[in-house]
Design a protein. Structure first.
Length: 146
């Protein structure tokens, strides 16, 4: 029997949120192999879509140690070299405390507590503006035909 190697796909899909804005939610445990796959997938998607911003949401990551934090920092540096800003969102209070206790150096890394905050930052930095519509078009009453 021939021994064939297949690339293990990362279960974190990279979504296009808006023109030039990508999102990748990360779930579970991030080890060195998964971090390398994430970096490769992210950089490939940036080239394919010519995106200017990517949001990495770590809300689904239960624990962050210094290795995971260092992988995330490396990913943000690589995206920056590609001309794409990177925001890490979904940082819980527990993860924030862990990063501080571990002394992880996050200088130059853009972080936001929530995905909503990260998306607002991404829109602003890309010159986009979201406006609230008082009454959504779907719920407007139709004018009777005369």
């Amino acid at each position: 029997m021939a021994n064939t190697k297949q690339k293990v796909t990362v279960s974190s899909p990279i979504s296009i949120l808006w023109d030039s804005i990508l999102l990748i939610p990360i779930f579970g445990t991030v080890d060195s192999r998964k971090a390398q796959e994430l970096m490769e997938d992210i950089l490939t998607k940036i080239v394919e879509t010519e995106s200017k911003t990517i949001i990495i949401d770590i809300l689904g990551v239960a624990t962050v140690d210094s290795a995971v934090a260092n992988h995330l920092v490396k990913i943000t540096k690589a995206t920056t070299l590609m001309g794409c800003g990177c925001i890490i969102s979904g940082i819980s209070p527990a993860i924030a405390q862990t990063l501080v206790h571990l002394g992880v150096e996050l200088e130059g890394v853009i972080t936001r507590a929530t995905l909503k905050d990260a998306l607002q930052w991404a829109f602003r930095t890309n010159g986009l503006e979201v406006k609230e519509v008082r009454e959504p078009a779907v719920f407007r009453k139709k004018e009777p035909l005369s």
